[in-house]
Design a protein around this ligand. Sequence first.
Ligand SMILES: [Zn+2]
Length: 376
Amino acid sequence: MRFLTADYLFTLYTTPIKEGVLQISDDGKVISVFKNRREVNQNQLEIFEGILCPGFVNAHCHLELSHLKGSAKKGKGFLEFSKTIRLRDNYSDTAKKQAIEEAEKEMISNGIVAVGDICNKVDTLEKKQKENLTYYNFIETFGVDLNNTDVVFNQAIELRNEFRVAGQKASIVPHSPYSVPPVLMNKIINAFDNADELLTIHMQETNEENQLFENQEGAFFDWLNSMNATSSIWLNRNKPTDVLQDLSDKKVLLVHNTFARKEDITDNYYCTCPRANLYIENDLPDYSIFDSDKLCVGTDSLASNDSLSILDELLIIQNNSNFDLNTLLKIACKNGAKALGFSKLGTFRNGKIPGVNLIKNLDGFKFTADCFIQVI
Ligand SMILES: [Zn+2]
């Protein structure tokens, strides 16, 4: 049994507790929260400088792209970035495997306990079976050409089943509004079963995406036409978020939303990946438009980020929003756990096994560039 205390305890289901004490079992289960150190035998107290919060949930990552770290030039826009992704197979299996290994280690040392991870391939499965982290695997479909719909979908079913047979949580998801025509979207919806809990989709990551649906023009329009894309992608959809009309009875997590406007926001879950947005588009979402109870945070992949650190992401969000520290930590822990359906994670409520992060070097209730995590 351990009794952990620091300057503040952020339980994320109560207001922050000054010098609160967290009692956990040796295997990390929350037994109790005490409002005062005096309620606990002083000899048992482990006293830390900083704040204590639950383990982080990285709501959006592509672990299988880790070997592309540093390959894409910054600030060149999404279409230029996507060229780097198309080179993903020009690397040895050993290089890919090693990068996955290092990326997972990095997430663990940065206090991440669970990941919503996009998968196009089986590359990460071996690592995930070690269960160092908890994963929800989103098997991504991208099929702009109707001639390929069946192939794309059947491959996704096969990959999903492979993950499920290995004991992993896995669901088939659409990549984005511009890469999944209605025919493919219907197949995805019809394949949804009791084991599926969440559907995630990249949304409004670039301004060209808005242009495509609103005016049927621009760089995305040209790019899609060059790939023999079906016009059914944009003809009956007037804005990217119109794809949500078919998903109204599903739990949905919309990722990026960099170019979302207030009128685009629905009561779905939202995930922001600020450092990836800065990396690719050199832009950020307008954080004032989101419901902070529905906002999650992700790192995206190392192809579009220098680190896999939720703390690094939070610093950017803090400096570009009005969210206070407690809200930022909810975004980093509780909301992601709720969206991904990880009921044992996200807060210090009794019975959960959420992991414990000590964050040091805050300036009062503000993150600074000097902050760092110690996993307790
Ligand atoms: Zn992504």
